[in-house]
Design a protein around this ligand. Sequence first.
Ligand SMILES: [Zn+2]
Length: 60
Amino acid sequence: MPVWTLHCPGCGNGFRSLVMEGARVPAVWVCSACGSREATPIDVQEGGLFAGGGSACGCG
Ligand SMILES: [Zn+2]
């Protein structure tokens, strides 16, 4: 699954988001920190895995 690296120009937050296999890349990315829809993808990597984390939940 591709892992997108995103950056929010509003708050400067950098985060990563998984896109499910077969799913379309979202047209709008929502910042995980401030909720802004201005987040922009700056990188994408194939087959990446989240290491550690534990609190990372894409729900809601
Ligand atoms: Zn933000």
